[in-house]
Write a protein that binds this ligand. Structure first.
Ligand SMILES: NC(=O)C1=CN([C@@H]2O[C@H](COP(=O)(O)OP(=O)(O)OC[C@H]3O[C@@H](n4cnc5c(N)ncnc54)[C@H](OP(=O)(O)O)[C@@H]3O)[C@@H](O)[C@H]2O)C=CC1
Ligand SMILES: O=C1O[C@H](COP(=O)(O)O)[C@@H](O)[C@H](O)[C@H]1O
Length: 506
């Protein structure tokens, strides 16, 4: 379906235009936006990097990425010719001050040719150690201070702890207005994650029961079946807590737990989300011991093939103490959620790729049906599956056909696949379009990032000081360390999983 959203003339300056993210995600996303009519009539994509490309060889390389990674499949010849005529390559080194003058000349050229001054988006798809030098040099460009049309998109990780996140925020705020800074968290661009807000705030049904009076516990489980692949070097200095939990999982948790915003304005939504982070209980040493579990995968068998343990992966220290699994039982100290546990977990090389939010409601106060064994009994549960299945399931008890009153749980299902015929956009498509439109709702504000770091700092510090002696403690293709089962089982619950469908199996 072609869009009727109007975007202004835009220049995307992609620092790290020759890198993996640009090839796999950014260019395919911009190409799909173009196919669906979301790109403005006047737009340009400038790839930046030190590699010795010509425009032609750069574009050829990007075409390979689109053919391989785009959800729309192999690029259409004519569409690609039109799209790629707006792409050029500028060989530059981020450390070289003179190269920023070259970038400015390109911007000036488009400004002179186009019908109106363009929105300029500097996308920082480079290693985080380059963020400060790039930001400082962008500050010298005449367009930097134009808050209406100059924006900077910052990739993750945003700092590696509270202190470095604060430093980066301070540096960016010194140069840009907060409304120019787009801190990306690609989970917020996922269709099902966005639907969380529609589901909660566009239906009258759930809000009255969305609280401690009716909800027993919440789970957010983001499991991956892959290992660290070729990112061992980065991952070993990061770990599951920094890589997934501090950002993606806490952002999703905020959407589950936030108060209804007054409207869908970016600041309103982000104010309500940061309220949740501020209300979350910060742990002391004893609470860390009881409420957190970490793990690291060892070798194992995945679909009949032997896979290596984390410590044997390329780029990883042979005695690494980095966690590839983290589970935490959180509490939110406010009226809505007092004493409702929020169990979150994430891990690599687990049995299944799956991101699920499970909300378990309290049991009925009194059961009038005899002869129903506790094994077949399931309290009402709402399951929001983010991926690979994109669905919302409400588990309710129903009478099984037959002459006796036997009950069993059944699912009322809303499945994206069967409901909509349109293809679901990739998270990066949504976010790149929002950056063009100037909509920051799905981007993290500086205070959100800092509050999230502040919350997990005690856990990070404790895990760094107390080296784990029992790593590896889960084997590849398992559900993580036994202690993670115990974390939730001691409260009488278990981690919820959706059965793997044939189509999800690799
Ligand atoms: N790849 C992914 O799936 C994801 C990546 N990210 C984040 O995106 C960012 C980029 O990651 P990724 O693409 O994987 O990294 P890559 O290592 O693939 O790419 C790094 C890029 O940085 C450029 N670069 C390095 N040094 C310089 C320099 N001195 N001057 C100019 N350019 C330079 C490289 O260009 P050249 O070599 O041509 O100079 C290259 O384009 C990181 O912050 C990462 O954390 C976040 C989520 C997912
Ligand atoms: O940000 C990251 O996310 C991916 C998982 O993203 P998904 O969209 O495939 O769920 C993760 O593999 C990676 O380690 C992390 O940096």
């Amino acid at each position: 379906m072609k869009s009727n959203i109007k975007t202004k003339p835009t220049i995307y300056m992609i620092f790290g235009g020759t890198g993996d993210l640009a090839e796999r995600k950014l260019i395919p996303a911009l190409y799909n936006l173009f196919l669906e009519g979301y790109m403005p009539k006047e737009f340009a994509i400038i790839g930046l990097g030190r590699t010795d490309y010509t425009n032609e060889s750069f574009i050829k390389n990007l075409l390979g990425g689109v053919n391989k990674f785009s959800r729309s499949g192999k690029a259409d010849k004519d569409q690609w010719a039109d799209f790629s005529s707006r792409i050029s390559y500028l060989r530059t080194d981020v450390n070289n001050e003179g190269d920023y003058a070259k970038m400015e000349q390109v911007i000036d050229k488009y400004e002179a040719e186009w019908s109106e001054p363009p929105v300029i988006i500097h996308y920082l798809a480079v290693a985080p150690n380059f963020f400060p030098i790039i930001a400082s040099n962008l500050a010298k460009m005449k367009s930097a201070g134009d808050a209406e049309r100059t924006r900077v998109v910052i990739e993750k990780p945003f700092g590696r702890d509270l202190e470095t996140a604060k430093e980066l925020n301070a540096l960016l705020r010194n140069i840009f207005d907060e409304k120019q800074i787009y801190r990306i968290d690609h989970y917020l661009g996922k269709e099902t994650v966005q639907n969380m807000m529609a589901f909660r705030f566009a239906n009258a049904l759930f809000e009255p029961i969305w609280n401690r009076n009716f909800i027993e516990h919440v789970q957010i489980s983001v499991t991956e079946d892959i290992g660290v692949e070729d990112r061992g070097g980065y991952y070993d200095g990061s770990g599951a807590l920094r890589d997934m939990l501090q950002n993606h999982i806490l952002q999703v948790l905020c959407l589950v737990a936030m108060e209804p915003p007054v409207n869908f304005d970016a600041e309103e939504v982000r104010n309500r989300k940061v309220d949740v982070l501020r209300a979350m209980r910060k742990f002391g040493p004893e609470e860390i011991r009881f409420n957190t579990v970490r793990g690291q995968y060892g070798e194992g068998w995945v679909k009949g093939e032997k896979v290596e343990g984390y410590r044997q992966e390329q780029g990883v220290n042979k005695e690494s103490n980095t966690e590839t699994f983290a589970a935490i039982k959180f509490f939110i100290d406010n009226w809505r959620w007092q004493n409702v546990p929020f169990y979150v977990r994430t891990g690599k090389r687990m049995h299944q790729k799956s991101s699920i939010i499970s909300i378990q409601f309290k049991d009925v106060p009194h059961l009038i049906f005899p002869n129903n064994s506790s094994e077949s009994w399931q309290q009402n549960r709402l399951i929001i599956s983010i991926q690979p299945e994109m669905s919302i399931r409400l588990q309710v008890q129903a009478k099984r056909p037959g002459l006796d009153m036997t009950l069993n749980p059944v699912d009322m299902v809303f499945n994206y696949d069967g409901t909509y015929e349109t293809d679901t956009p990739e998270a990066y498509e949504t976010l790149l379009l929002d950056a063009m439109k100037g909509d920051q709702t799905l981007f993290m504000r500086g205070d959100q990032v800092e509050t999230a770091w502040d919350l997990i700092m005690p856990v990070l510090e404790s895990w760094e000081v107390k080296k784990s002696i029992n790593f590896p403690n889960y084997s590849a293709d398992s559900w993580g360390p036994e202690a993670a089962e115990a974390l939730i089982a001691k409260d009488g619950f278990h981690w919820f999983t959706l059965p793997i469908k044939k189509s999800d199996k690799k």
